[in-house]
Every structure is written in structure tokens, then in C-alpha cells.
Design a protein around this ligand. Sequence first.
Ligand code: FMN
Length: 224
Amino acid sequence: MTTSQPYPAPYPTVPYEPLGVPAPDAAVRSRAFHDAMTRRRTVRDFSPRPIPDGVLEWAIRTAATAPSGANVQPWRFVVVTDPDRKRRLREAAEESEREFYDRRASPEWLAALAPLGTDWHKPFLEAAPAVIVVFEVHKGPQSPRPYYTKESVGIAVGFLLASLHQAGLATLTHTPSPMRFLGEVCERPEEERAAYVIPVGYPADGARVPDIRRKDLDDVLIRL
Ligand SMILES: Cc1cc2nc3c(=O)[nH]c(=O)nc-3n(C[C@H](O)[C@H](O)[C@H](O)COP(=O)(O)O)c2cc1C
């Protein structure tokens, strides 16, 4: 069935090009995507094995296809591979995290983190061959006011993690608190605010991850 727009849109348009998945294949493909995504885990133990050329660029291109409030695309992805800069990232992150774990984290927060075994040590910031620092771009001399910045950047990071995972790489979504030091280490202007630090690479041989459970569909899906 084809329908045409009743009147020309008052802005330039292009034809929408759907993937055109045959209806009988839709659930099979959804299931296959689920089965691949369910194997994504946050990995905290990386191998020095290099990342194949092009993968990071394709993953960032994919992240940059995400929807964003008013299409402002308020994101910037800084790829850190230089060992000296990774060391500086680690040192600054550990200083900030030590303060968090020792003083600022509430007992409830520490209890929630306990099953994950995380603490202020961040060796993965040096061990992973690349660390992607994701910045939100706020209003500045070269950038317009963004809308729904956190939501937009969060969706882009979801695309990024999915793309890296399907390429066989492991990631860690790290959010040091506070993150101000990242602007300095990554030499970003005032209007860019760090939101995520994502070490990327192959998992170390024999890497293990916390034994956690995901909620059942019935716990997360409400039908009305
Ligand atoms: C917004 C966000 C912030 C996170 N921050 C950290 C972090 O700072 N350090 C860390 O080790 N893991 C961090 N994680 C990873 C979570 O602990 C992890 O996603 C969760 O335990 C579920 O495990 P999974 O990713 O293996 O499914 C973060 C995840 C998200 C989505």
C-alpha cells in the first residue's frame, strides 16, 4: 500500500528509505539482535590486543546517526590512544574516584556497587587500547543551544556500545565523579562537558564479569 503526503511539507524532504524487512522475518531478526545484545557485558579487564583499523570510526559514525533534540547532535567523541594521555586520564580519574569512594558516596550507593566489585582503582583506563571520552556540547561560540542534551547523548552512547559490541569489542561505561578534569586532559573548550569515559578493546584472556541478572520482560513491559 502506498500513500502520498496530502500536501508538500513546508521544508525540504527526501524519500524515507526503510530497511524493507519482510514481515515474516521481523521477529526472527529482532530475536537475533536481542541474542547478540544480551551477550554485551561491561568488561573491566582488557587485553592490549590492538583494535582493528576503522572499527572506532565506524562506531562513532553510527553513534552520530542517533536522534537528537531538534537535530542539534550535541555530542563529541574524543578517542584517546596515546599512552601518556591515558596515564593522565587514569591518574586524574583515580584521584576523583578515591574521594568518591572514601568520602562522597552514600552507604546506599556503596551497597549498590558492592556486587560489581568496583573501587577507586581504574587500571582499565591505561590497559584498554583506546578510551573514548564522550562530551555533551552545550551553547558556546561555535555551537547552538542544544535541547534534551543528556537524552540525546545517552542514545548516541547506546548506539556506540551496540556497534562496538557487534564488532566483537568489549566496552566499559565509566562515569567518574566529578568529571571536570576530563575537559582539561582532553583539551576541550568550556562548552563541552564530559559525560562518559568508555575504555574499548578486546577482553583480557579469561576475563570474568559480575554474575548479575536482568529483569524479566514482565517486570519491564506494561501493556495497556
Ligand atoms: C550511566 C552508567 C554509568 C556507569 N558508571 C560506571 C562506572 O563509573 N564504573 C563502572 O565500573 N561501571 C559503570 N557502569 C556499568 C554498570 O555497572 C553496568 O552496566 C551494570 O552493572 C550492568 O552490567 P552490564 O553492563 O554488564 O550488563 C555504568 C553504567 C551506566 C549505564
